[in-house]
Design a protein around this ligand. Structure first.
Ligand code: TXA
Ligand code: MG
Length: 334
């Protein structure tokens, strides 16, 4: 059967990251359009962060609430310091973790050229220098700060392959650079450095303990249960409850499987009876589990099961980020 559905169209916009393709992505970005590219965490949907129309197009394409600000990607600390009040504490964080999976929330400089829409009208801006060579190449070729949220529809599962991007961003992106599967697999740690106490707003692969070590000061973690977060959702709209959700309902901490359920397993004890099983890591490695989380959720979801039973995941290291995403995916949909 000849199939001329969207999938066929997508094959024409997924490109191997040749120098020519990277230059095309840079040209597309400079003309105010969107290009998707891999980072070490998840794929990003990039646009010129200084161009208000380009930033507006990101919000439209994702169906993202205007109140949820975007992360602006830069090659490194030098460029971040042109946008934000990059103080000594930010320098220490960047020294330790950049380029890498850490996003810093800082006060915008008075002369910050980033569209205010990107930071949802807040006085702060989230900045990150990714380490992925394709992301770095696009940043350098475009010579632009790039707003790049995860390249998925708002509230849905983040993409960790080029095909995931193609599957969800129907028609809105002009090029997708294919860098293979993302190595980390969950979004960056978001760290607010605009207040007196350094606060993790979203857990990721870089832990609060590692950050506290690097900064030489205590680091707090805000969750939706935290009184500050509960009372001040504007502080990090990313703390919105339901997020990262597949179509199926999630049943967390499952040690048995009920009839008709899919199973997201972890480790070598896999309860029988699931319609479809994906194991995040048979050897119970949390890093490997993070790397396979979103692809596994997408695959089980595609089978059409109404419920996904999810094995308990240890809540340490990057396991905290995995559990954070699973809890949000399981939260009542708003
Ligand atoms: O790993 C990542 O960070 C990926 C890749 C593509 O870099 N990007 C990503 O972007 O996850 P996004 O837009 O899906 O998530 C941005 C997060 C949200 O939780 C948002 O609320 C928070 O960062 N954020 C952005 N600007 C903020 C600000 N000024 N204050 C507080 N939180 C902010
Ligand atoms: Mg996202």
């Amino acid at each position: 059967m000849i199939h001329l559905g969207p999938r066929d169209r997508w094959e024409h916009i997924i490109f191997q990251p040749t120098p020519e393709a990277i230059q095309s992505a840079a040209d597309i970005l400079r003309s105010g359009r969107m290009a998707a590219f891999p980072t070490e965490t998840v794929y990003g949907l990039g646009a010129d962060a200084t161009n208000d129309d380009a930033v507006a197009a990101i919000f439209r394409a994702k169906g993202r609430p205007q109140t949820n600000p975007l992360i602006v990607h830069v090659p490194g600390a030098v460029e971040a310091a042109k946008l934000t009040r990059f103080d000594a504490r930010a320098e220490r964080a960047a020294q330790a973790f950049w380029p890498g999976a850490l996003t810093l929330v800082l006060e915008r400089r008075a002369d910050c050229p980033i569209a205010t829409r990107a930071s949802a009208g807040l006085s702060t801006l989230a900045v990150r220098a990714p380490i992925h060579p394709i992301a770095q190449a696009v940043l350098r070729a475009s010579e632009l700060p790039l707003a790049a949220p995860s390249a998925n529809l708002s509230g849905q599962v983040s993409p960790t392959t080029a095909q995931h991007v193609a599957d969800s961003m129907d028609g809105s992106v002009d090029i997708i650079l294919d860098g293979g599967p993302c190595t980390i697999g969950v979004e960056s740690t978001v760290l607010a450095l605009n207040g007196p106490v350094a606060s993790v707003l979203r857990p990721g692969s870089i832990t609060p303990e590692a950050i506290a070590d690097a900064l030489g000061e205590p680091v707090e973690t805000l969750t939706t249960n935290h009184p500050i977060a509960a009372n001040a959702p504007a502080r990090s709209p990313g703390l919105l409850d339901s997020h990262y959700a597949p179509r199926a309902k999630l049943r967390l901490n499952a040690t048995t499987v009920s009839k008709g359920e899919g199973l997201l397993a972890f480790g070598d004890t896999v309860p029988p009876g699931a319609v479809i099983t994906r194991n995040l890591s048979a050897r119970a490695d949390l890093g490997e589990a993070a790397g396979s989380l979103y692809a596994a959720l997408r695959e089980i979801d595609r089978s059409g099961v109404p419920v996904i039973a999810v094995a308990p995941i240890p809540n340490t290291g990057i396991g905290v980020a995995i559990n954070d995403r699973l809890n949000r995916a399981a939260a009542p949909r708003g």
